[in-house]
Design a protein around this ligand. Structure first.
Ligand code: NI
Length: 180
C-alpha cells in the first residue's frame, strides 16, 4: 500500500471551506506536496487541492501532460493567486476527483496570470492560454477554486448540482456496501 491520502467526496463540508495561506515551505509542506501528487496519480487525476484530502492550507498539485506511458511534468503551487484574467472565455468539460464520474461544460476566463510559490519556496508566475493549453487553463482555475471552497458544480443550476451530488452519494454507498 503506497503512501496516499483518501480523497474526500461531496458533500463533505471541508470541500466548501476556505483554505488558509501557507507561512513557510518546510518539510511538512514538502511531504504533503509529494503525498498529494501520489494521491492524484493513484486516482488518475490531473489536479488535486488540499481541501480534497482534508487539509485546509493553500496547496495544490497538477500534471496535465500525463501520457499512457507515464507521468508528465508535476506542478506544485503554494498560495496561488489569480492576479489577472482575460475577458474572453473558454469552455471545457470538467470533472473532479471529489465528484466522481460527473462531468459538465464549464466556462472560465480563457487566460489567467497566476502568482504562486513553488516547492522550493521561490516566487513564480504562470500565464495560461486556452488556445495553447485548454486543460491547463481550466485545471489551474478549478484547483484554485477548491482552495476557496468552490466546486465546478457550483457553476451549474442547483437542480443539476443536487442531482450530481446525489449520484455521487449513491456511488459511494454502493462501493461501501461491497467492502467487507
Ligand atoms: Ni476538483
Amino acid at each position: 500500500m503506497s503512501d496516499v491520502y483518501e480523497v474526500i467526496k461531496v458533500p463533505a463540508p471541508v470541500l466548501k471551506q476556505q483554505a488558509e495561506a501557507v507561512g513557510e515551505v518546510d518539510d511538512t509542506i514538502t511531504r504533503q506536496l509529494h503525498k498529494m501528487l501520489e494521491t492524484m496519480y493513484a486516482n488518475k487525476g490531473v489536479g488535486l487541492a488540499a481541501n480534497q484530502v482534508g487539509l485546509l492550507n493553500r496547496v495544490l498539485v497538477m500534471d496535465v501532460h500525463q501520457t499512457k506511458e507515464g507521468r508528465g511534468t508535476p506542478i506544485y503551487m503554494i498560495n496561488p493567486e489569480i492576479i489577472w484574467q482575460a475577458d474572453e472565455c473558454s469552455v471545457y468539460q470538467e470533472g473532479c476527483l471529489s465528484i466522481p464520474q460527473q462531468y459538465a461544460d464549464i466556462q472560465r476566463p480563457a487566460s489567467v496570470r497566476v502568482k504562486y510559490i513553488d516547492e522550493h519556496g521561490q516566487q513564480q508566475e504562470m500565464l495560461t492560454n486556452a488556445e495553447e493549453d485548454l486543460l491547463l487553463n481550466h485545471c489551474v482555475q478549478h484547483e484554485i477554486d477548491h482552495l476557496n471552497g468552490r466546486l465546478f458544480v457550483d457553476y451549474l443550476s442547483s437542480l443539476k448540482r443536487n442531482m450530481m451530488i446525489k449520484k455521487v452519494q449513491k456511488l459511494v454507498k454502493a462501493q461501501e456496501d461491497h467492502v467487507l
